[in-house]
Design a protein around this ligand. Structure first.
Ligand SMILES: [Zn+2]
Length: 248
């Protein structure tokens, strides 16, 4: 079996385009500024969204990816609103994990308001275990993919507050503006002065207050660790450090 796949630093996964920007946009931008290889995978194009169309959101998601500086953004084209951890979805996720061999995977949280968010969490947990099993065979361009697994699995925060203290809080003070710019690439979804359609149906995201709410949340997590803006994460497994100097 020949090694043909590439290794990236981090894979950010979301059910809908804009999930990863809202939950981890500052952290992504920070990684790419540090010249780390980041790939984003969205499971659906968000075609059930109240505003805009799936096609519009796909275009907006590519613009946001460019702002965040990621290497690639892929859409799996699964059905919005009906995601589940079935064989097809898990196999697609195994293919992605083995193709990119990410050192860190960051995904939707386990407990969430939108059922698709919870579904992606379950799909990724199942796929991550199975992608390490030699006897589950997947092919890329006719060639067998090598098994791969990482234990560094994180969840970003979405609508629900975490049910326990975050395991990691990342300082995004220097990339908060880039995060907001990436979020505002979704002009069909969020309020952008002078650009958004004021006559469309009002959603939680389309209100001008939504951007203030995002900022308030980032400030809140910043206060917990003594910086201006931050994003919180939960880790599935304990996070190890090589040395306490990692905290210096
Ligand atoms: Zn979503």
């Amino acid at each position: 079996m020949k090694k043909t796949d590439t290794e990236i630093d981090a894979l950010f996964v979301g059910a809908h385009p804009d999930d990863v920007e809202l939950g981890a946009g500052g952290t992504i931008s920070k990684l790419t500024k540090e010249k780390k290889n980041v790939v984003i995978v969205d499971f659906t194009s968000g075609e059930l969204g109240t505003r805009g169309s799936g096609e519009t959101r796909l275009k907006e998601s590519q613009k946001a990816a460019h702002i965040l500086g990621v290497r690639e953004r892929i859409n799996l084209g699964l059905p919005d609103g009906f995601l589940k951890a079935d064989d097809d979805s898990v196999n697609k996720a195994i293919f992605i994990i083995r193709k990119y061999r990410p050192k860190i995977v960051v995904m939707n949280p386990e407990y969430e308001r939108h059922p698709d968010h919870e579904a992606v969490h379950r799909i990724m947990r199942s796929a991550m275990f199975k992608s390490g099993l030699l006897r589950i065979e997947t092919k890329d361009n006719g060639k067998n993919q090598e098994p791969f697994r990482t234990r560094k699995l994180l969840s970003y925060q979405q609508a629900y507050a975490f049910h326990r203290k975050p395991d990691l809080i990342i300082d995004i003070s220097d990339t908060f503006k880039t995060k907001m710019k990436a979020i505002q690439a979704y002009t069909s979804q969020v309020y952008v002065p002078g650009i958004s359609n004021p006559d469309g149906p009002v959603t939680r995201l389309s209100r001008p207050e939504f951007l203030e709410e995002l900022e308030a949340r980032a400030i809140y997590f910043g206060t917990l660790v003594g910086c201006r803006y931050a994003e919180p994460f939960l880790s599935i497994e304990p996070v190890g450090l090589n040395s306490l100097s990692g905290l210096l």
